[in-house]
Ligand binder design. Structure first.
Ligand code: BEZ
Length: 209
């Protein structure tokens, strides 16, 4: 086992942090990081996190030389170049752009779900904007419908960066939007998620556990 040489700024509920954590587990690198918990919201910045990461984003990965990588896409790509196992991001060819685009759709679902969470949990009631919340939720519904109708074969073919992203997005919906009811409209996605959520990497990073 190698000594931890990197620090991951970490909040277990963040689906973007979870994505990086799942990549660390899947690539056998979890022992290379020390986790540093941050209690971050858009109105509660964390001074240490802002060093080398002016947007104050999590996840951020501080390397042994003190440099900081962000955001989750950059960190996942970095980690995928640091191991000798099967690549989670295809290195070249059309499959690279296709899988990264699917991963981007997963990120967009996460983004819309996190923004919904901020709007419904953080923002004072009198300042909430229902049309804006509905637009975020519609984005999630469109994304899930596309996964169900067009991408199940790809998701089932490998637990790579795209599948990891979708699994983390669905896990976040279950955590923060448990009444969203996505399984009824997406039965194939529900079956797939029931399987992949039992992977060791997903169980080890389950924020509700
Ligand atoms: C959450 O608690 O839902 C959350 C925490 C950090 C980043 C994003 C979401």
């Amino acid at each position: 086992m190698s000594a931890a040489s990197m620090t991951l700024f970490h909040a277990p509920a963040s689906p973007f942090v979870r994505k990086v954590m799942v990549v660390l587990h899947e690539t056998g690198q979890i022992d290379r990081v020390t986790l540093q918990s941050v209690n971050l919201t858009p109105v509660n910045p964390v001074a240490e996190l802002n060093q080398g990461n002016p947007a104050g984003k999590i996840p951020a990965l501080r390397l042994a030389d003190g440099s900081v990588l962000h955001d989750s896409r950059v960190i996942c790509e970095y980690l995928d170049q640091q191991h000798v196992g099967i690549a989670l991001i295809p290195k070249e060819g059309w499959s690279r752009w296709h899988r990264l685009t699917l991963a981007s759709l997963a990120d967009a679902i996460m983004d819309a779900a996190v923004l919904t969470r901020y709007e419904t949990f953080l923002r004072p009631q009198e300042m909430r904007w229902d049309s804006w919340i509905e637009a975020q939720q519609e984005k999630i519904r469109r994304g899930l419908a596309s996964l169900e109708q067009e991408h199940m074969a790809e998701l089932s073919s490998a637990f790579d960066i795209a599948a990891i992203g979708v699994a983390c997005a669905l896990g976040y919906l279950d955590l923060r939007m448990p009444d969203f009811g996505w399984r009824e409209q997406q039965p194939q996605l529900a079956t797939w998620y029931a399987q992949v959520s039992q992977r060791a990497s997903m169980l080890a990073t389950d924020p509700s556990a």
